[in-house]
Design a protein around this ligand. Structure first.
Ligand SMILES: Nc1ncnc2c1ncn2[C@@H]1O[C@H](COP(=O)(O)OP(=O)(O)O)[C@@H](O)[C@H]1O
Ligand SMILES: [Mg+2]
Length: 366
């Protein structure tokens, strides 16, 4: 049977807009390919509304256009939605393959992955426990530093802050007299991530930022600032293991790839690094080691800093990398010889599916 896929996108997270950009890029790239050359057919687009959390099903067809998609997104209230669980029952009954583009909370942190596993859905959801590990920056950094020596990759010193220990954590950060980054432990897109060059002078601002973060995340990080350059490395995870993609270096003003820089196309320059470059090959090897040590499926993207003494610092692992037009992941793919449409086709046909382990032990058979 020819390959068929459906997409789930939108969602109830702070990364809703990123999800719309990922889907729009994939669908416009797909529509640009002549019908007969498309490597798969698209069945349905499932839009999870950020307003009511309900799912509206968009039936894909040959003459589908991006303006039709935009029309659906603009006027979600015009159509009635269904709950995610009811939608999952329908998806299961149609035996669809689902590409999960729900970035951020619930979509990327083990939430939807658990529901998908319980509903026995086919698709890119992957292992719920791995999603929740990667989304937790503090836990993921601890994991990376436990499997790789600090001569190869370091992790910035960080304090995990919650509303109960915030005052003490700020006091400690002030006493260090060094620049710090304050950021949510589990949100993405650099939302609420800020650099404080002189924490001593910024106590009230840090307090206010933490207060804002705690409305969306149960924990924040106060992390030592790593001056230097920003690098990111994607990987594909196929049936024969992890394949690191070419490394992208991101040049930003003020050495910080914050939300403003991410949203403005001109504030950050992304360039693929030569594979012979030493930093690039170490980053690829770190990416390969970490990706091979956790049960990743499909793809992921790892973010790093490289300080002026060429030390490599791990920042985070993105379980569902953004696939927007001209974004870092698309740049890596193009350099590797793939488009986002090839990526979806490759994932649906070659990536390693997550097999939910049995949880009922028949002791008499062991
Ligand atoms: N410890 C740090 N030192 C220097 N820059 C940092 C540090 N932590 C975060 N940043 C900057 O903030 C951006 C966002 O942080 P990151 O940990 O990647 O979270 P996310 O991308 O999920 O928001 C990074 O791309 C980087 O530019
Ligand atoms: Mg990041």
């Amino acid at each position: 049977m020819p390959l068929q896929v459906s997409f789930i996108f939108g969602g109830i997270s702070t990364e809703y807009d990123g999800s719309i950009s990922s889907l729009t890029n994939i669908i416009s790239s797909y529509l640009a390919i002549p019908d007969a050359e498309r490597p798969f057919s698209v069945r349905y687009l499932y839009h999870v509304s950020r307003n009511d959390g309900l799912v509206r099903t968009i039936r894909f067809h040959r003459a589908f256009t991006i303006s039709e998609l935009q029309g659906y997104l603009y006027d979600t209230n015009a159509r009635s939605g269904r709950s995610l669980l009811v939608t999952f029952d329908t998806i299961k009954s149609r035996n669809e393959y689902i590409v999960n583009l729900l970035h951020g909370q619930f979509g990327e942190d083990g939430g939807v992955q658990t529901l998908a596993a319980l509903s026995c859905l086919r698709g890119t959801f992957g292992d719920p426990r791995v999603a929740s590990l990667t989304m937790n920056k503090y836990a993921m950094s601890s994991f990376v530093s436990s499997i790789l020596p600090s001569e190869i990759v370091k992790v910035p010193t960080a304090t995990l802050v919650n509303p109960g220990n915030a005052a003490d954590a700020i006091k400690t950060a002030k006493s260090l007299q060094r620049p710090i980054v304050v950021k949510p432990n589990s949100l993405g897109s650099s939302l609420f991530a800020r650099l404080f060059r002189d924490p001593e002078q910024s106590e009230q601002e840090i307090e206010a930022l933490l207060h804002a973060i705690f409305a969306y995340d149960s924990a924040a990080l106060l992390q030592e600032f790593i001056p230097g350059d920003e690098y990111t490395c994607g990987c594909l995870v196929g049936s024969s293991g992890a394949i690191p993609l070419p490394v992208v270096k991101i040049e930003t003003n003020m050495q910080f790839f914050g939300r403003d820089q991410k949203q403005s196309r001109s504030a950050a320059k992304r360039a693929v690094i030569d594979t012979d470059d030493e930093i690039s090959s170490i980053i690829q090897s770190v990416t390969h080691s970490v990706a091979s040590s956790i049960n990743l499926c499909n793809m992921a993207r790892f973010d790093f800093r490289v300080s002026h003494d060429s030390v490599i610092w791990f920042l985070e692992c993105n379980y569902i990398p953004g696939l927007s037009k001209n974004g870092s992941f698309e740049k890596m793919l193009h350099h590797y010889g793939m488009t986002v449409v090839d990526l979806i086709s490759w994932i649906a046909s070659d990536s390693r599916p997550f097999i939910k382990p049995a949880h009922y032990i028949k002791y008499e058979c062991i």
